[in-house]
Design a protein around this ligand. Structure first.
Ligand code: SF4
Length: 420
């Protein structure tokens, strides 16, 4: 859900989506505190990702594999994911603590809260889940009721990610969202009333009918609502999406890339001005509210995924589950692992991933640590590339620290291609 230019659990897709624009204007001052803050976020354990693929309707920009909401299918699916967790633990030995758990989708807030509670208690039965585990759930405005919010609190959810996307009704209608702008504030208030403090609000840049004034209004609105975490994704129109064809036929108009780039750069000024530090290309947080689960993807920590199409990384290999519902259910119900493919990474791939995932973070990379970890000879291969990116204004290289410039963030796809 809401992963417009990226999909959290699939590192290969992290490469999708950036706006191709040459920009040299904005300067973000190098801030050592960003690296120090990142270093202080302790994510030593592994993450657990649980995919809930159901949505009430399909947004017209979405190309993810989702399933229309069906109560009976959702019940069968939840049972199957519990079976998959049992199966996984009977076949694998996992050491360490599960210090983040993430329910992503789809729309996890559509399924009854009892399903979420049952999945969580299975995780607790199988994994060492510490008291301070970050347990996130993605929710769509309009699907959160007082009962559900209370039940989420009751079963231990600690963080909610709310897919607002925009506060403009015209844009919401144009992309086929099944909620109104007003429901974002209502859902946020409801969640707070039930004790949720750690809330993310997702926004999308480049939506149909968006203009400069509307985007500025979105930023104003989101900062007024004061969620401690804000994600800003850029819309990438994919030919497989219905929206692509609606735009091609002139039914909807999307803002041009230059405008979207300027608005993104504006957000890099606006959000820090309200206390939100940018810690990743698309993510901004008040101090201490960075998403620890998503940091695991960028820091290449192990994350085990469950459910259809989920992706995993065990520290050495990446692997993925079958994406088809029927194939997934029949495998799991027969007691067979639903893993479709598995690939052990070689050292060059590990280094490539470390480079492009690390560059997503504002804390960036540390050249000395890279040389120590991978060997000076291995990393030297990339030195020329990074030096030339530095000359082109795509990365800043100071002492041992390397990170993307604002222009590098806008051209991140092109930058990352050098490392894959
Ligand atoms: S809520 Fe919309 S964008 Fe998110 S997964 Fe469902 S259909 Fe896709």
């Amino acid at each position: 859900m809401h992963r417009v230019t990226e999909h959290k659990e699939d590192v290969s897709v992290v490469l999708r989506g950036s706006v191709a624009k040459f920009f040299v204007g904005a300067v973000i001052h190098w801030d050592r505190s960003v690296r120090e803050a990142m270093d202080s976020i302790n994510t030593p354990g592994f993450g657990v990702y649980i995919h809930i693929p159901f949505c009430r309707t399909k947004c017209n920009y979405c190309t993810f594999v989702i399933k229309p909401w069906r109560k009976d299918l959702a019940e069968r699916y939840s049972r199957a994911v519990i079976q998959e967790l049992d199966l996984f633990l009977s076949e694998n030995e996992v050491s360490g603590v599960a210090d983040t758990i993430y329910f992503g989708g789809g729309t996890p807030s559509l399924v009854p809260a009892e399903h979420i509670a049952a999945l969580l208690s299975t995780c607790r039965r199988h994994f060492d889940v510490p008291q301070n585990c970050e347990i996130s759930l993605e929710a769509n405005p309009g699907t959160v009721t007082a009962e559900k919010a209370a039940a989420y609190r009751g079963c231990g959810i600690t963080r909610i990610s709310l897919g607002a996307q925009t506060f403009d009704e015209r844009s919401l209608q144009a992309i086929g969202r099944d909620h109104t702008a007003g429901q974002v504030a209502t859902s946020l208030a409801l969640l707070r009333e039930k004790g949720f403090e750690n809330i993310n609000v997702d926004l999308i840049l480049g939506l149909p009918e968006q203009d400069e004034i509307q985007w500025a209004g979105n930023l104003e609105m989101v900062t007024q609502l004061e969620p401690p975490h804000i994600s800003v994704y850029m819309l990438e129109l994919e030919p497989k999406s219905p929206l692509y064809h609606l735009v091609a036929r002139g039914v909807h108009r999307v803002p041009d890339e230059d405008a979207v780039s300027d608005w993104y750069l504006g957000a890099l000024d606006h959000l820090p001005g309200h206390g939100y530090a940018q810690y990743e290309i698309s993510n901004f947080a008040l101090p201490g509210y960075e998403c620890r689960h998503n940091l695991k993807y960028w820091q290449r920590r192990p994350v085990f995924g469950f459910g259809i199409g989920s992706h995993s990384f065990d520290g050495r290999a990446r692997y993925a589950n079958l994406a088809g519902m029927n194939a997934y259910l029949s495998r799991v119900e027969a007691g067979i692992s639903p893993v479709e493919w598995r690939r052990v990474l070689d050292e060059k791939e590990e280094l490539g991933e470390t480079l492009f995932l690390g560059l997503r973070l504002r804390s960036g990379l540390n050249w000395e640590e890279l040389s120590e970890g991978f060997g000076a000879e291995q990393v030297a291969e990339y030195e020329k590339t990074l030096r030339s990116m530095s000359n082109d204004g795509l990365v800043e290289w100071r002492d041992s620290s390397i990170r993307l410039t604002p222009r590098g963030m806008l051209l991140s796809n092109e930058v990352f291609q050098a490392f894959v």
